[in-house]
Design a binder for this molecule. Structure first.
Ligand code: UDP
Length: 234
């Protein structure tokens, strides 16, 4: 059983049945899934992506500088973080949104001690704005924040059940891998579960990663309990 975990949710997942924006019904379901974990006493940090609105790498060009595009991407994560915070609280999960970009009218600034205080009081902490700097994704931000907040693992939620030896959308023979080393994950270009920067940081700092499907009932709880769900990278 982990005592503190970081859950990485992508924007695409939050969009659920929609092309973009947030599927509020699905977010409420996710809140209830996270509540099951919080009710066991495990502290939960959430890093949320922004791909349902904007991704810097895709937006850059045609007159938009990469740094500006990444700023827009970070603002996208902020929109998700704000919406999730409200939805979580509506579902009875005490939650605070801490922002890694200056946005004091809309969220408390991310301060290490404040984040720890909220977690110790049993509140879910949702980080907005990634890690606040460009040329990064929320995957890398997730690993970095997990290290900063002393989380025991990063739970990377995906649409599929974990890491496969081949792309499951292209091959019927793709096999789900239950364990993987960081080295194998970094060396294999077919494995695109997390970007290389995120994987490299996790490898260097020995931060365990679990890649799993969060959209099935009790899966977040099972991973938090240390049950073998999805793919464990260590
Ligand atoms: N981003 C950034 N710094 C960070 C985190 C995110 O610049 O620390 C930007 C980057 O442009 C990224 C976008 O925010 O593409 C949205 O995050 P991400 O692509 O990771 O979202 P996801 O794919 O998980 O929905």
């Amino acid at each position: 059983m982990y005592t503190r975990i970081l859950l990485k949710l992508s924007g695409e997942q939050l969009a659920g049945k929609f092309e973009s924006g947030i599927d509020a019904e699905l977010a409420a379901w996710l809140a209830r899934e996270v509540k099951k974990v919080a009710d066991t006493g495990t502290q939960v940090v959430i890093m949320v992506g922004g791909g349902n609105y904007a991704r810097g790498a895709q937006l850059a060009g045609h007159g938009i500088h990469r740094v500006t595009a990444d700023h827009i991407g970070m603002l996208a994560t902020m929109m998700n973080a704000l919406a999730l915070t409200d939805i979580f609280e509506t579902q009875g999960v005490p939650t605070r949104c801490l922002s890694n970009i200056f946005a004091e009218q809309v969220a408390e600034p991310f301060v290490h001690r404040l984040a720890i205080k909220h977690l110790e009081k049993g509140r879910v902490v949702i980080a907005g704005g990634g890690i606040g700097r460009p040329y990064l994704t929320t995957d890398t931000a997730a690993v970095s924040l997990a290290l900063e907040l002393d989380c025991q693992a990063v739970l990377k939620a995906t649409k599929v059940d974990g890491v496969y030896d081949e792309d499951p959308s292209k091959s019927n023979n793709a096999k789900l891998l239950s364990t993987l080393t960081y080295q194998e994950a970094v060396a294999n270009d077919a494995i695109k579960v997390m970007d290389k920067a995120a994987m490299g940081l996790a490898m260097e700092q020995h931060m365990p990663l679990v890649v799993f499907n969060a959209m099935t009932e009790d899966s977040i709880l099972k991973v938090a309990e240390g049950q073998p769900v999805g793919t464990s990278i260590s």
